[in-house]
Design a protein around this ligand. Structure first.
Ligand SMILES: *Cc1c(COP(=O)(O)O)cnc(C)c1O
Length: 448
């Protein structure tokens, strides 16, 4: 008697038994981000283990397909396993995966810095500093702004202006600028001195003395993501730029979410023809393949850090994986895809399809309240059907609906009771309609 597992040739692993093993290991060791681990570990269901992808579709260990409805947390642009990006990473892998940028250089990082300076809004963002993720892109901008004021002797300009509901990342400096208190865990004990506002007119009401203390204003242009896909009024960004110009404050734009086509243009600030002093990019920079971020700034900022060695004007900041060659190769390939596949030109039809689908969904589902959209980014507030009032967030209705939507082939993650959709830019109009439908059906199942 020979058991099927002792035939000498390597046995094919049983996907289900290996899934049970993975679940065991996951529950024992993997602490997931922004996840209530008590519920996660108590779940009777196996975790959704994704094993492959193709275009906007992800496939789980049991062979089920899903539309990647939030672009793998706002990162993926041209789809999974895009041939050009895959090839660029493989090619680079055959040469060099990583080398330090502290005193050395590598070709993909050099070319990417030049390319980003070329595609950036305006012509003043010529200097590119690489870091690892959105949080460090923001850290880097703030640190540059703070060190700049020291270098030029404007030491009274210490204050940062940020907005209620803002999200700029999870490292201490970036988190201290955030306007969602539950995310900080800082109790105001550490971080930058911050003045927080909810509208540009509050900033415009500042007196001269207070305005002179402002180092920089930081904002997510046009739309706050983590706050629940909240749109700023049209013209707001332009007014912010004007206020910064009048008061010699820097404008830092956090385009970590909005960058690379999400809003219909390559960068959100292009909608209002605003050019910042610092532009923070991450999530979509590599097409959603590898962690990489960039902080772009001007010759004026760069020049303040130049001097004789012993003057210590150097920008004292950096990370081990600055300008990682694999990630930069992926980013260059992603930017080539924008050009070769005319990605931005294909967006208006998809954006219109999303708008139509949302309008129809509101008619079909009495629990859908306000639906906000810019480009291929959407947020739908869940409400009580009878009263139109918000739901009790403690019921986790948004999360339950998104879990149910998996049955209809959609993966996404809500922000409390706001359902969100942000599919990769390669999504088709049919896939857009299907994903909105999946949310309507899932909401119908749960709420009637
Ligand atoms: C996601 C996000 C960040 C943080 O980026 P990480 O890569 O998660 O560190 C910062 N700002 C905005 C607007 C974001 O959406």
């Amino acid at each position: 008697m020979t058991s099927p597992h002792s035939t000498g040739s390597s046995p094919t692993p049983d996907p289900l038994s290996s899934l049970a093993e993975l679940r065991c290991l996951d529950h024992a060791h993997f602490w997931h981000p922004f996840t209530q681990m008590r519920d996660w570990c108590a779940s009777e269901e196996d975790p959704l283990v994704l094993v492959s992808g193709r275009g906007a579709i992800l496939t789980d260990a049991q062979g089920n397909d899903y539309l990647d409805g939030n672009s793998s947390i706002w990162t993926n642009l041209h789809g999974h396993r895009h041939p050009a990006i895959d090839a660029a990473i493989r090619e680079q892998l055959d040469r060099l995966a990583h080398c330090s940028a502290l005193g050395f250089a590598n070709e993909p990082a050099i070319r990417l810095a030049a390319k980003l300076a070329e595609v950036a809004p305006g012509d003043s963002l010529t200097r590119v500093f690489f870091t690892d993720d959105g949080s460090t892109a923001v850290e880097c901008a703030c640190r540059m702004a703070a060190q700049y004021r020291e270098r030029v002797g404007e030491t009274e300009r210490r204050r940062f202006v940020a907005f209620d509901g803002a999200y700029h990342g999870d490292t201490i400096g970036a988190a201290s600028l955030g306007g969602i208190p539950v995310f900080h865990g800082l109790n105001g004990a550490v971080g930058y001195p911050v003045s927080r506002f909810s509208a540009v007119k509050e900033l415009e009401a500042l007196d001269e003395t207070a305005a002179r203390e402002v180092n920089a204003v930081i904002i997510e242009p046009l739309i706050q993501g983590a706050a629940g896909m909240r749109l700023w009024p049209a013209g707001m960004l332009r007014r912010l730029r004007e206020w910064c110009d009048r008061h010699d404050a820097f404008l830092i734009l956090d385009e970590v979410m909005t960058g690379f086509g999400r809003t219909g243009k390559l960068f959100a600030c292009e909608h209002e023809e605003v050019v910042p002093d610092f532009l923070c990019l991450a999530k979509g920079l590599t097409g959603g393949y590898l962690p990489l971020a960039a902080t772009l700034t001007t010759e004026r900022v760069f020049a303040a850090f130049l001097g004789r060695y012993e003057e210590q004007r150097t920008f004292f900041y950096g990370h081990s994986y600055c300008g990682n060659a694999l990630a930069c190769a992926a980013a260059l390939a992603s930017l080539r895809v924008f050009e070769e596949e005319r990605v931005l030109g294909a967006l208006p039809a998809k954006i219109a399809a999303l708008a139509d689908a949302l309008r129809e969904a509101k008619e079909r589902c009495p629990h859908f309240g306000e639906a906000r959209q810019i480009g291929l980014v959407a947020g739908i507030d869940l409400v009580e059907a009878a009263t139109g009032k918000p739901l009790d967030w403690r019921e986790e209705t948004g999360a339950k609906i998104c879990r149910q939507a998996r049955r209809y082939g959609l993966l996404t993650r809500p922000i409390l009771d706001t359902l969100t959709l942000m599919p990769p830019l390669c999504v088709t109009e049919d896939q857009i309609r299907d994903s909105v439908s999946a949310l309507v059906r899932a909401a119908g199942d749960l709420l009637g």
